[in-house]
Design a protein around this ligand. Structure first.
Ligand code: V0V
Ligand code: CO
Length: 146
């Protein structure tokens, strides 16, 4: 069952400048940063609020680390902006299988590693009314810098 908005993914050209915008404009602080080489992103998670399922909702600011990454390709076409939305669940495997059975393309055979040790998969935006949609099961980990 999907129980929260886990994060909204925002693609940017310059992560440090974008982090500074969110800090100085809204007062949101960085909770966690990491590089995900597989996904080709450097990211900052800004925690916005805790949620009733014991999780939390974040903004995920994403800067591409290489030209052939999905985020670099998207930025070249669209410029900066909202790239994806992620729903949180305790069971990404079960929910992805159930959604696949409804005819929505699930992009990964098995969930992959996401932010802060989470397990993630994606649904094709063309099957979701134009919204790239991620499903995420968080790991119970402390924030850290890599
Ligand atoms: C592409 N399209 C999108 C889109 N990206 N529509 C809405 N939102 C997006 N973000 C549309 C695009 O405009 C095209 O429509 C069509 O889909 C095909 O796009 P494309 O440019 O040819 O690109 P593809 O097909 O090579 O790749 C699109 C997909 C790719 C969605 C398959 O981006 C992907 O695999 N995404 C999942 C991984 C990802 O995004 N990782 C970065 C975040 P028209 O023009 O034909 O109508 S990593 C992350 O979130 C982490 C680590 C985390 O949360 O922990
Ligand atoms: Co994400």
């Amino acid at each position: 069952m999907l129980t929260r908005i886990d994060h909204i993914g925002i693609a940017c050209f310059d992560l440090d400048k974008t982090v500074e915008f969110y800090r100085s404009t809204y007062g949101f602080e960085v909770f966690h940063t990491e590089v995900n080489e597989e996904q080709g992103v450097r990211e900052a998670m800004l925690k916005i609020n805790e949620t009733s399922d014991g999780g939390a909702s974040y903004l995920q600011l994403l800067e591409p680390t290489r030209e052939d990454s999905t985020v670099a390709k998207w930025l070249a076409k669209n410029g900066e902006g909202v790239h994806h939305i992620a729903f949180g669940t305790a069971d990404v495997d079960g929910d992805a299988a159930a959604i696949k059975d409804k005819g929505v393309r699930v992009l990964y055979e098995e969930p992959r590693r996401g932010s802060m040790g989470s397990r993630i998969t994606f649904l094709h935006p063309k099957d979701c009314h134009g919204v790239l949609t991620e499903l995420v099961t968080s790991a119970p980990v402390e924030p850290s810098e890599h």
